[in-house]
Design a protein around this ligand. Structure first.
Ligand SMILES: Nc1ncnc2c1ncn2[C@@H]1O[C@H](COP(=O)(O)OP(=O)(O)O)[C@@H](O)[C@H]1O
Ligand SMILES: [Mg+2]
Length: 171
């Protein structure tokens, strides 16, 4: 089973994904958390943030999820995925795939600017920022959509919403 969190930078993927994995480990200590940003370092720190580099990261993450899923390992994956075809691949290739879209308005993530990326991009000093110079396609068929601007609750409340979502089957 793979729970896949999608959202813009600053949407709360790492915050929610880490806590979700911790909550799942209470029942199943073998749950693995995979964060797209951390995987870049696992791959050797060589991938760019342009569309081509992002696609290599997305493909490797999906294929790693399949490898773990085939061994019965439950995974929480967090990635700023802009590739509808890899999300479709997940649905076809993973035993159970539950996609959560952390939908948050641009002005909220610009305000948070957790990595300082948005202000730099808006000043023209950074490129390859999704939501600014790389378009973010809204996921076509997420299993759950949560507003992570605070409107649907705190990060912990959103974790509970995911855990109690109809259609989520965990081991
Ligand atoms: N309701 C909320 N849901 C998720 N994150 C929130 C919420 N309210 C505030 N935040 C904050 O927004 C930031 C999200 O950052 P992060 O988890 O690193 O996002 P991402 O991994 O998607 O880039 C964190 O500092 C988090 O505490
Ligand atoms: Mg993150």
């Amino acid at each position: 089973m793979v729970i896949w969190l999608i959202g813009l930078s600053g949407a709360g993927k790492t915050t929610i994904g880490t806590r979700l994995a911790e909550r799942l480990r209470a029942r199943n200590p073998g749950v693995v958390y995979l964060d797209g940003d951390l995987l870049r370092e696992v791959w050797g720190g060589t991938l760019s943030h342009d569309v081509a580099g992002r696609e290599v990261n997305a493909e490797r993450l999906s294929r790693l999820c399949r490898m773990l899923d085939r061994q019965g390992v439950d995974v929480v994956a967090a990635v700023l995925s802009i590739f509808p075809h890899w999300q479709e691949w997940n649905r076809q290739n993973l035993s159970r795939y539950f996609e959560v879209f952390l939908d948050v308005p641009m002005d909220v993530v610009i305000d948070r600017d957790t990595k300082g990326l948005y202000q730099a991009a808006l000043r023209g000093e950074a490129e390859n920022v999704v939501g600014v110079d790389i378009p973010f396609p809204r996921p076509a068929s997420p299993d759950l959509v949560l507003d992570s601007s605070g409107r649907d609750g705190t990060p912990d409340e959103l974790v509970e919403r995911i855990l109690s979502a109809p259609g989520l089957v965990t081991s």
